[in-house]
Ligand binder design. Structure first.
Ligand code: SAM
Length: 179
């Protein structure tokens, strides 16, 4: 299964921190990449630097025409899952979502254009109370992968954590990607 996240309504100055966290969650919880509607080169380089250090193949592209992106992916067989508190509860559709091969997950920022609700194959709610795109994305991905995504190894990292009950243990990996 391939999952790409599309962030709609990103405002480079106001949403700096939240959009960064959406990217971090997308990567850590198993998405392949993220598309951001407004161009934001600073966000792109922040995430690329993070991938360089922590590994994996996560990618980011900003300055995306969301409507064209959704329509083109739909033609290529991608399923569109829009996260919104107005949608169907995740537990009622998770088995259907797990059958999809390629999923574009849309998360909003402020008000999401009405057209997205109609273009989506599924409008999915992580409960029908308002909360956040960060939590909604994390929970959806975790439900899709049933927690397995948390055990993934990120290849070609320069730094890796050795889990420990107490203290902080960090392993530095040499530039060839060998320990
Ligand atoms: N009021 C906005 C609207 O009408 O779309 C939502 C703003 S909310 C801060 C930002 C994003 O968080 C939403 O676009 C949605 O993707 C996500 N979100 C918030 N609560 C959610 C929920 N209960 N279920 C799914 N997604 C949610």
């Amino acid at each position: 299964m391939e999952i790409v996240v599309l962030r709609v309504g990103h405002r480079p100055e106001r949403d700096k921190r939240v959009s960064t966290h959406v990217c971090l969650v997308a990567r850590a919880f198993g998405a392949s990449g993220i598309l951001i509607d407004r161009e934001d080169k600073r966000l792109e380089s922040k995430i690329s630097d993070l991938v360089d250090k922590w590994g994996g193949e996560f990618w980011i592209r900003s300055g995306i025409n969301w409507k064209r992106e959704i329509k083109e992916r739909k033609k290529k067989g991608w399923r569109i899952v829009h996260l919104t508190m107005y949608g169907i509860n995740v537990d009622d559709v998770i088995n259907e979502i797990r059958k999809y091969e390629k999923i574009l997950v849309i998360v909003g920022s402020e008000k999401v254009p009405r057209e997205i609700y109609d273009l989506a194959d599924l409008n999915v709610a992580i409960g029908n109370q308002p909360h956040s795109e960060i939590s909604a994305l994390a929970i959806l991905l975790d439900r899709i992968f049933s927690g397995e995504e948390l055990k993934r190894e990120f290849k070609n990292c320069k730094i890796r954590i050795i889990p420990s009950k107490r203290g902080k243990t960090v392993l530095r990996v040499d530039s060839l990607g060998e320990e």
